[in-house]
Write a protein that binds this ligand. Structure first.
Ligand code: ADP
Ligand code: MG
Length: 819
């Protein structure tokens, strides 16, 4: 494993020497935490934007960070073309046959060449099939195709579901959400509606607002129905029918209905709901890179879907706890049309809100575009990292320069417009200028080779081939996903044996008033009613445990049969009550028969004893189970599934690691700085050397020693100018030595400090190794911890007689009548 894998940094390329037109040795390691201030990648077609952004996503995946990827053009499914063995036969099914023909090669020969090219390409960037295997292992890659069944379809029916409370409470957010939902829906039926002037927009907004505020979900059929009979009588102060006559409303309803009825629209109704929390992680908690391929859709449909998706991301995000680490990424390739400076398409507002708020939740947004003019300037101002590639027009360059100048001014840095203009003009394919607000100076770098086979857009059929095996597993996954959330269901009582039921029946027994008796309400069924007695107990159990931090109340209701045995009521045989205590009634429902009641159940004293027995039973049998991570000494929370616990744990671990790496950075920065100072002093002592030569020696010493360490420290803090990464390529130590007169002394000095640097590197490596040696929360064996209640923490609330209704058929068979 490369050392940088442990540090929460993304390996995106190597520093590039523009005048010399080649990349140097310094790795460009992007701090993953910088991504939470978002990034934008600009460059003309073919400049390598998508390649760079895929490399960033690959790094995120390796670091266990999930991503939502919006792909209007079709290049992103390439992320599924990862072949650890890099064999010809791996590439063969995926090559672009047109490319082969153009090159006059057979598909087979072309595949061999491509495999060779990827292998050598990767090798030249220090990457291998082994790293590809790690990438595949780290995350699942899935392709969603809304409105099509080629990939995994996505059901948008659920997307008019009421937003979560966190969003409902925020008026502004709710209004934005409604606006963008309605605008995109109307766009879908071909109506370009103004939120303030269009009555369609106002009506549907009113309907959504009214439903959502009551927590009611709406699907399209429900919406159609409500357009015809809205839940309100007035819009503003105007009577509904004057504002929007029923006849016209019917027309609008028909328009939306036609949408539903349109051939192919059914594909929009199938598949997974657009639930971001479920999409970002597999049922077992493995991070996912979910690629939403929308290349096959029409413009209105794309806009509709992108707006919905962004709104869902926003809603999900607002439910998360804050973090300072990168939790998830949202990438959009080719943002053109979705985030324009002047117009206001429905995708713009949610994207703008995301750019403003996502940082606090650790959601990093990365946008790519060919054209800087496509980007809203407020949005740009919210992006901390600019990745600027080769640009086509003067207008594009001017716009980018303007932006850079503004950024430099706000960071208080100097800006040499002419030099920057030259730099931008000199950028070639896969060569980018990165301006990161967290670094001291811009850096020019060449993007590393992508592990994914960048063959270009895949056909629908190819997507199908990739996703069919995944789809085949989906029902299983869905079942597995449901189980962690499923409440432990109460054991269904066995239907009483027919013989017993048929043999003994009587009327309602007469009981003393001290005996509390209740009737479980019967629900519709066939036959006559028969009541059977059970003892019902309810209690509150408080689980408290200082060590695990558990402090939670559990209400419990159990019932058990009353027998003629020596111990007539044995709670050991108890089952959970599968009805609600608050539904109990005081009298039976009409005509009914009653199973005989053993005499002990007619004495109130018996119930006192059974109450004590119940407490003893609960004390001995109730426990609160939670999961413990032995490595990280953390516990799951009440109601938290293993999946969610692992996801939370992983984020925690990442936060800790990021804090630790930050500490490492500070520590080594200080050491490097003092070393640098010592070298400088040593140089002065040497005395006779020319000013320029001293400078060169310093550079030599530092850059020889600081390979990984230097890259890790990046531009952060090290004084640029002396040892900054912007310095020219390191000259070899020996060459400079020869230039010097006082060779021996200088050599000594250099050797001493070089050794010190080597030590520093070794020390740094040891510390990072230690970081990496910690377990992986995704696969760590979790312990199950049981917290048992103290006697005093069990409050028996009630013990009494309950009558369970059964439906009795002609042949005497009985079935539970309360379920
Ligand atoms: N990181 C990379 N590794 C390998 N090949 C790359 C990389 N980036 C770009 N390429 C090559 O250059 C082509 C164009 O790059 P791409 O990223 O698609 O450009 P853009 O998105 O700017 O139009 C790709 O199809 C691929 O062949
Ligand atoms: Mg592209």
């Amino acid at each position: 494993m490369e050392d940088f894998e442990k540090l929460g940094v993304f390996y995106i390329g190597r520093e590039y020497d523009l005048p010399a037109k080649k990349s140097g040795q310094n790795l460009i390691l992007y701090d993953s935490r910088d991504m939470v201030t978002h990034g934008v990648c600009v460059g003309m077609t073919g400049s390598g934007k998508t390649g760079l952004c895929i490399a960033i996503l690959e790094e995120a995946a390796i670091d266990g960070i999930p991503a939502i990827i919006i792909d209007p053009k079709g290049d992103l499914p390439n992320m599924l073309l990862t072949f650890p063995q890099l064999r010809t036969e791996d590439f063969a099914p995926w090559i672009n046959e047109d490319d082969a023909r153009r090159k006059g090669l057979t598909p087979q020969d072309f595949a061999t060449k491509q495999a060779e090219m990827w292998k050598t390409g990767l090798a030249s960037w220090g990457e291998s099939g082994e790293r590809i295997a790690r990438l595949k292992q780290a995350a699942d890659f899935v392709i969603y195709t809304p409105g099509s069944t080629a990939g995994i379809p996505i059901s948008i029916l659920k997307s008019f579901a009421a937003p979560p409370p966190a969003l409902l409470e925020d008026n502004e957010l709710l209004r934005d959400r409604i606006n963008s939902t309605v605008t995109s829906l109307l766009g879908l039926v071909g109506k370009d509606a103004d939120p303030i002037k269009s009555r369609e927009h106002i009506l549907i907004s009113t309907i959504l607002d009214s439903a959502w505020k009551q927590g009611i979900d709406l699907d399209l059929p429900a919406l159609i129905q409500q357009i015809q009979t809205p839940p309100v009588k007035r819009i503003g102060v105007i009577d509904l029918d004057s504002f929007y006559p029923a006849k016209d409303r019917f027309e609008l309803a028909m328009l939306i209905n036609n949408l539903l009825a349109a051939p192919g629209f059914s594909a929009w109704m199938e598949g997974d709901p657009l639930d971001i929390g479920q999409i970002l992680y597999s049922p077992s908690g493995k991070p996912r890179h979910a690629i939403f391929s929308i290349a096959h859709l029409g413009d209105a449909e794309r806009m509709f879907f992108v707006s919905l998706l962004l709104n869902q991301v926003l809603a999900w995000m607002r439910q998360q706890q804050g973090t300072t680490s990168l939790r998830a990424m949202l990438y959009m390739d080719e943002i053109f049309g979705y985030f324009p400076p002047v117009a206001n398409p429905p995708s713009k507002q949610p994207l703008l809100t995301l750019l403003k708020q996502a940082r606090a939740f650790g959601v990093g947004i990365l946008l790519a575009t060919q054209n800087p003019v496509d980007l809203d300037y407020k949005g740009l101002a919210n992006c901390g990292t600019w990745l600027l590639g080769r640009l086509q027009t003067e207008r594009d360059k001017a716009r980018v320069l303007e932006g850079l100048e503004g950024a430099a001014a706000s960071q208080g840095g100097k800006f040499d417009r002419q030099a920057m203009e030259q730099t931008l003009a000199g950028l070639g394919n896969r060569v980018f200028l990165m301006n990161n607000v967290h670094e001291d100076a811009p850096v020019i770098f060449e993007t590393r080779w992508a592990m994914s086979y960048l063959r270009g857009p895949l056909t629908r059929n190819q997507i199908k081939v990739l996703m069919d095996p995944v789809k085949a597993q989906l029902p299983k996954q869905a079942a597995a996903a449901a189980s962690p959330y499923a409440q432990p269901s109460a054991a269904t009582p066995q239907p009483a044996s027919t013989a017993q039921a048929a043999s003994k029946k009587a009327g309602q027994p007469i009981l003393p008033p001290e005996v509390q008796q209740y009737f479980v309400p019967a629900r519709g069924g066939q036959g006559s009613l028969l009541y059977k007695p059970v003892v019902l107990g309810s209690a509150q159990v408080h689980f408290m445990d200082a060590k695990t931090g558990i402090d939670t109340q559990q209400d419990t209701a159990v019932m058990t049969d009353i027998t003629d045995d020596v111990v007539p009521v044995a709670w050991d045989n108890a089952r959970d009550a599968d009805f609600s205590i608050s539904d109990l009634e005081k009298s039976p429902r009409g005509q009914a028969e009653f199973s005989p009641l053993p005499p002990v159940a007619g004495k109130s004293r018996s119930y006192d004893q059974w109450g004590k027995d119940l407490a003893t039973y609960l004390y001995g049998n109730r426990k609160y189970e939670l999961l413990k991570s032995p490595t990280y000494k953390q516990f799951s929370k009440p109601g938290e599934s293993e999946r969610d616990f692992r996801i939370r744990l992983a984020l925690n671990v990442r936060e800790q690691r990021d804090d630790l790496t930050e500490k490492l950075r500070q520590k080594y920065q200080a050491k490097m700085a003092s070393l640098e100072e010592q070298v400088r002093k040593a140089q002065l002592a040497v005395g006779r050397e020319a000013e320029q030569q001293k400078q060169q020696t310093v550079q030599t010493v530092i850059s020889v020693g600081s390979t990984l360490l230097g890259a890790f420290l990046g531009g952060k803090g090290l004084s640029v100018g002396t040892v900054g990464r912007a310095t020219t390529a390191a000259k070899s130590a020996s060459r400079i030595m020869q230039q010097k007169e006082d060779v021996d002394r200088a050599k000594e000095t250099v050797a001493a400090h070089r050794q010190r640097l080597d030590e520093l590197e070794a020390e740094f490596k040891a510390e990072t190794d230690q970081l990496a040696a910690r377990g992986d929360p995704a696969t760590e064996q979790l312990d199950t911890i049981s917290v048992r209640p103290a006697k005093k923490d069990i409050q028996v609330r009630f013990v009494g007689l309950a009558w369970l209704p059964y439906w009795q058929a002609q042949d005497g068979k009985t079935t539970p009548g309360w379920l």
